[in-house]
Design a protein around this ligand. Structure first.
Ligand SMILES: NC(=O)c1ccc[n+]([C@@H]2O[C@H](COP(=O)([O-])OP(=O)(O)OC[C@H]3O[C@@H](n4cnc5c(N)ncnc54)[C@H](O)[C@@H]3O)[C@@H](O)[C@H]2O)c1
Length: 139
């Protein structure tokens, strides 16, 4: 995979799938900007070819501003990968306790709305029919 000259954003970059993806894209030559909640944590894990930005993907305003900043800094954006996510498998009812509604709202806010915020703001409108830009979501 040769991504020389390509600009990528990856969410959830401070750990796990997002960090691994970020490293893979940077190793292939892309300039990668990682989005996660904590700037200090990002600075501690990201290496050469990777920049970190503190972004809350659940916030439309935060995502919009961050993508605007990436375009302002790099001029374009070719790849967007959504890896930010909270909570693994869980049960609606466990040991007599029902799954908390507030946590459900938070999970949807990050995993669903957060992914959609990036999908909405990353492409430059109108999305060209011939574009080879890529979006990927980890679920
Ligand atoms: N790791 C796996 O094998 C696997 C398999 C299937 C599904 N998943 C799902 O994929 C997602 C990521 O998994 P992971 O193992 O990389 O998890 P992880 O906890 O290692 O990484 C998730 C990252 O997302 C960040 N994040 C959380 N909320 C955010 C927000 N509002 N804005 C920006 N960043 C935010 C966290 O700070 C963290 O760095 C999770 O939802 C997980 O359930 C993971």
């Amino acid at each position: 995979m040769n991504l020389q000259g390509k600009v990528a954003i990856v969410t959830g970059t401070a750990s796990g799938l997002g960090l691994a993806t970020c490293r893979k894209l940077a190793a292939a030559g892309a300039q990668v900007v990682g989005f996660d909640l904590d700037q200090a944590k990002l600075d501690g894990v990201l290496g050469p070819g990777m920049d970190g930005m503190a972004v809350d993907v659940a916030s439309d305003k935060s995502v919009k501003a961050a993508i605007h900043a990436v375009r302002a800094r790099h001029g374009r954006l070719h790849v967007a990968v959504n890896c930010a996510g909270i909570l693994g498998p869980c049960k609606a009812l466990s040991k007599g306790q029902i799954f908390p509604g507030e946590l459900w709202d938070r999970v949807l806010g990050v995993n669903l709305t957060g992914t959609f915020n990036v999908i909405r703001h990353a492409p430059r409108r109108p999305w060209p029919r011939t574009s080879r830009a890529k979006r990927r979501n980890a679920a």
